[in-house]
Design a protein around this ligand. Sequence first.
Ligand code: CDP
Length: 203
Amino acid sequence: MKLTVAIDGPAAAGKGTISKAVAREFGLAHLDTGLLYRAVGAKVLAGAAPVEAAEALVPADLAPEDALRTPDVAQAASRVAADPEVRAKLLEFQRNFARREGGAVLDGRDIGTVICPDAEVKLFVTASAEARAERRYKELIGNGHEVTPEQVLADVKARDARDAGRDAAPMVAAEDAVMLDTTELSIAEALDRARECIRLKIK
Ligand code: CDP
């Protein structure tokens, strides 16, 4: 079976939670493509050149997940992600992953539009900036980061603007994506909707 599920949307909308859960339930492999850009961003913060860092990326670079999920790395990721050459270096790996035997879920910003325009299922997961910032704030505090709610909201808005405003693969819903606004939804409700979309396609 070659089923590709593309899940896009802005920061902290719930893509990660939904992607992991549906991958587990439907027995699909999962790739959090944000981690690729975070890993490149982290290398750039450590002094590397962006395109070279993207070219030299190996799976082990994605392993220190906690270190990649900091606010500084998120901003660095969003800056390197605006570079079309960086994106080009990461394209083939993502396309190959998407078409692997057994099916795959990929979450990111441009999966349904650029990486896998032919994905069988496309979801665009959103929520208000305030709701997303609140979720991200709790997550960061829970992981021991010292941040304020105001900082997190400003970071989320800055990243939204950069990700949606760039010329290279801007964050935008594919025309055929199902929109899922999770502002007022619990995780269980959001998951129900996502599950339903996948079931309809694999029937
Ligand atoms: O987890 P969160 O939603 O905060 O962010 P992420 O998915 O880890 O992505 C970090 C950054 O990588 C985003 O702000 C984007 O700039 C970039 N990104 C991208 O450009 N394209 C993707 N497919 C995934 C992430």
